[in-house]
Design a protein around this ligand. Structure first.
Ligand code: AGP
Length: 609
């Protein structure tokens, strides 16, 4: 939540910062601002609303040509979105300007203490205490001052700091909130993530918690929390600039849906040899270690948790190890039964989700081995895991995840098969069948995507929906969870997912004339069972849409609409059935004129609790 950026070099900073903020806008978009250092004076321009508003304000109010500055795009936590609460925040003497992503947990006490000393606060934010503390403790030595303030503040923060006395330096701090340093030729950057600086450099430093650094135009010096200089290793990111651009699509979400065949192919092909072996690089889970695992916890949030729900069925089916799929935000605050015979599988696109990271640490502290499935290379979750399997989905910008979800699914299949084979739990015939199905996925997903226009037509019927129910059994239920979230998060339609068999235990009382029920009937052996549920809701007036496979019998008049997709191995079906449902959500939201790129109240990366 919130995106921060900084630039120092020979070019004009404002356009670079604005451009970078646009790339970070998915992290928060209720207000934005810049601070630029001109002739020893900090100019701050900030405003409520999107980056476009800030661009206009910069055009009107700023005539300088500063080559050093910091910027911020906000997802409000402390204080409503307003011009005053927008970042950057300045100190009482105008010497310091600060951008912040995270939460300063002890800000209430700190703020009160500073107020008691006569310091006047302008905003309601937690961030302003950092700027005021810097000014209060400033002794002419910026490094010492920053270290002093870092010892006072508590919580999660990545910070960008400008000091008027240091016109050739930006200082950056990372503690439990993402931050990368982009390394250019005669210019350097700080940013919440790589997409903001990809246009300028692919070389980065990943800072660890507690580390801070000084950026000059020709150098970056990183320090350990105790102030000792440290040598960092450069990481080269292989994402290309186009991957982070809309490339002619109206929304990143549609672009990313269309990229799914390619993303799946990139994720699976390097891991499959010609003779059907699965290769997982640097993987420490040997046959012996896997055989000692008595329980698997899958820990994740949101859509990544929905992947975990698929994982529960698939991993249990293939390996016969019991799997519990837990919401990271719940797991972290209960007393889970975890020991050294537990494997925690942590799933996260960003690798920075605060609850997921906390759950990982909780599992690890109780002795579990951690395997993470992550998209962002070098992210905190990846760094803290014993093993990582990356989803090679490329940058995912849309708040509503699509290609990351799909690539996470494929890694779950590969892991389950790999473990099952190593443990001797699967016969060669079934193993080869599933591998063949996985190999065919990119082509089959592309085939489903050809139904885009039909799905758009179906979506046009549901523009005025108020409520939607997604039902299914077994893996179809796991996919229903994702279909329902996809619809609600971008179209604001109230939507729920139910295991089809659960409907008559209460929820069926909500079904009346024209209630929309989408039934997922892609587990062919359970087709008749789910059809019974369709009949039950249809008899009570529901408008029904069924997603079936080409092998299912035609449900005839029982359903108002039918989407027929290709068939594959039942364990792999989620990868095909989710595609029309992603498109359906997209087109329903589009016809409702919702802001698909910036769904209200949401941000892509949830780095606060
Ligand atoms: C889904 O469309 C959401 N954007 C959200 O549920 C997301 O999957 C969740 O916040 C987890 O994010 P992560 O994968 O980056 O950890």
């Amino acid at each position: 939540m919130c995106g921060i950026i900084g630039y120092i070099g020979d070019k004009q900073a404002a356009p670079i910062l604005l451009d970078g903020l646009e790339k970070l806008e998915y992290r928060g978009y209720d207000s934005a601002g810049l601070s630029l250092l001109d002739d020893g004076k900090i100019n701050t321009i900030k405003t409520k609303g999107k980056i476009l508003n800030l661009r206009r304000r910069v055009d009107l109010d700023y005539s300088g040509d500063s080559c050093i500055g910091i910027g911020h795009t906000r997802w409000a936590t402390h204080g409503k979105p307003s011009d005053i609460n927008s970042h950057p925040h300045s100190s009482f003497d105008g010497k310091f300007s600060v951008v912040h992503n995270g939460i300063i947990e002890n800000f209430v006490t700190l703020r009160q203490d500073l107020k008691n000393e006569g310091i006047r606060f302008r905003s309601e934010t937690d961030t302003e205490v950092v700027a005021q503390l810097l000014a209060k403790h400033y002794n002419g030595d910026i490094k010492q001052t920053i270290m002093k303030v870092l010892n006072i503040i508590e919580g999660a923060y990545s910070l960008g700091i400008l000091c008027a006395d240091y016109p050739d330096e930006i200082w950056a701090v990372r503690n439990a909130s993402p931050l990368i340093i982009g390394l250019g030729e005669g210019e350097n950057f700080l940013a919440s993530d790589i997409t903001a600086v990809l246009k300028h450099t692919k070389e980065i430093y990943q800072l660890n918690d507690g580390e801070f650094c000084c950026l000059k135009k020709n150098s970056v010096q990183v320090f350990a929390p105790d102030g000792t200089p440290i040598e960092k290793e450069k990481v080269t990111v292989d994402w290309n600039v186009e991957a982070a651009e809309k490339g002619g699509y109206k929304h990143f979400m549609l672009k990313e849906i269309m990229e799914e065949p390619d993303a799946i192919a990139k994720t699976i092909s390097p891991r499959l040899t010609d003779d059907n072996e699965i290769v997982l690089d640097d993987f420490s889970l040997t046959k012996e270690k896997l055989e000692n695992i008595k329980k698997i916890y899958i820990l994740a949030c949101g859509s990544a948790w929905h992947v975990g729900m698929v994982g529960k069925y698939v991993i249990e089916e293939l390996t016969r190890i019991p799997v519990e799929c837990d919401l990271a935000s719940e797991f972290r605050y209960r007393n889970p039964v975890v020991d050294e015979n537990t494997l925690a599988i942590v799933i996260s696109q960003s690798g920075e989700t605060a609850d997921t990271l906390a759950a990982l640490r909780e599992a690890k502290s109780r002795g579990a081995k951690v395997l993470s499935i992550v998209n962002v290379v070098g992210s905190t979750i990846a760094n803290e895991s014993d093993d990582v399997i990356y989803t090679w989905a490329g940058p995912e910008i849309a708040v509503a995840t699509t290609k990351a979800y799909s690539t996470q699914l494929t890694i779950v299949y590969l892991f389950a098969l790999y473990a099952a084979k190593l443990m001797g739990k699967i016969d060669k015939k079934e193993y080869d069948e599933i591998i063949a199905a996985i190999r065919k996925l990119p082509e089959q997903v592309a085939e489903v995507l050809k139904m885009e226009q039909d799905i758009k037509t179906i979506a046009s019927r549901y523009v005025y929906l108020e409520h939607a129910y997604f039902i299914g059994r077994n893996l179809d239920y796991a996919v229903s969870l994702e279909a329902s979230l996809k619809l609600k998060e971008i179209s604001y339609i109230h939507s729920e997912a139910y295991a089809a068999g659960e409907l008559k235990h209460g929820t069926i009382s909500l079904i009346e004339d024209d209630t929309f029920v989408c039934a997922l009937c892609c587990q062919e052996r359970l087709f008749d069972k789910t059809m019974n549920s369709i009949k039950e809701v249809a008899a009570r007036g529901a408008e029904t849409l069924a997603v079936i496979t080409e092998n299912c019998p035609n449900p005839g008049e029982e359903c108002d609409h039918i989407i027929t997709i290709p068939s594959t191995h039942p364990l792999i079906m989620p990868s095909l059935e989710v595609i029309p449902l992603q498109l359906l959500s997209y087109y329903i939201a589009l016809s409702r004129k919702c802001d698909i790129h910036k769904p209200r109240n949401l941000a892509k990366s949830v780095t606060v609790e």
